[in-house]
Design a binder for this molecule. Sequence first.
Ligand SMILES: C[S@@+](CC[C@H](N)C(=O)[O-])C[C@H]1O[C@@H](n2cnc3c(N)ncnc32)[C@H](O)[C@@H]1O
Length: 430
Amino acid sequence: MLVKNQIIEGKCTDYTYNGLGVVKYDTFCIFVKDMAIDEVGQIKITAVRKDFCYGRLLKIIVSSKHRTEPKCPISRPCGGCQVQHLSYQEQLSFKRNHVQNTMDRIGKLDKKINEVIGSENPYYYRNKVILPVSVDKDNNMIVGFYRYNSNIIIPLEECYLQSDKANRVVKKLKKLFEKNKLHNQIRYIMLRDMEKTSELMVVIVTYQKEVDLKDVVKEVVKFEPTIKSVMQNINGKRTNVILSDESVLLYGRKYIQDELCGLTFNVSAHSFYQVNNFQTEVLYNTVVSLANLSKEDVVLDMYCGVGTIGLVLSRYCKEVIGVEKVEQAVIDARENAKINNIDNATFICGDVEKVSKKLLKEGKCFDCIIVDPPRKGCSKKTIQTLIDLNSKKIIYVSCDPSTLARDLALLKQQYNIEIIQPVDMFPQTY
Ligand SMILES: C[S@@+](CC[C@H](N)C(=O)[O-])C[C@H]1O[C@@H](n2cnc3c(N)ncnc32)[C@H](O)[C@@H]1O
């Protein structure tokens, strides 16, 4: 029996879904952050549960060939990157195995998963940055990331997943907040930073509406002229939701523009938009090639966000219908069709479950359905409608292998599962 604070020696033989090393000790599994397969380490037990423990790696005794030196000096304490200590090849192998195990265990699919399509840019790829803001005991402002497994903020000098520009703007904002004595008034900074168009959006999340941000806005826009939008979002609720529905435009326009797969997209603060532009193009091109559309085909783009996938596909088919529940995203999607001169795409604002059922009742037929839900996947009713729609092809884009496996286990009643192709959208993290 292991006890808290006990120090043991153990070998890492596997990874958990979230990138912790698994060390077997007697009948126990110990989950240890920052360990690589085949590594032997000295481990301190930090928490004991009924069937497993958590441990902290104190010392590496035998290093693994899969270990690499993380670029970021705070990657160990930071909760942002879980697998930066693994070589990129090992990260891809860890991700492929995770998808394979999940499909076997939950989906009972008996299907060999393709190799993960890795990124040529495993650093500096994030176009969206969200940083909590707080004050320390001496009333100094802290901006950074949450420490692993805690809500303590680690001050951030430079994050290697976001651009240099984003790092510079964050530092400047912190200085301006301090200069304007806005301590305890700012809750989060959110940036959207589009590399291709060089457009940047700043969202300042405050607890209350009455915060004087005039000077901060004036100076930050002077400091970084590529800022095209500054919004204030007011969120006084003590939950972990970052943005409330209440926003005020402080500078520029309510959206910024980006380019993907040769198209221009308007993106607002609230709209879902993939965070890794390089890999989003890889992902969408994979969808285009798997869809293999003809000019007669009609496509349903479920959970369409600002219309990205549907609009990319619209060039290859007769008609696209997109469905999305966030009103602002649908407004953006319609505008995105307009600015790209696309006239064969329409967007319906509503819940996928209800809208798809209605389309089925109206007798609509689809040659290809794109399904790109949030992490929780599709509801059982939506899966039933997908089965009843009996489309020639479904392309299910997922960011959570376990809900994908659950949904595929139901969809396989009607559809043949032909190919499972992982794409690494989040290098250094799981
Ligand atoms: C993972 S995002 C995909 C967006 C888009 N396909 C893309 O690649 O940018 C999921 C989208 O589904 C929307 N959504 C979530 N639940 C929904 C529902 N029940 N009905 C309609 N849309 C929903 C979210 O607002 C979000 O825009």
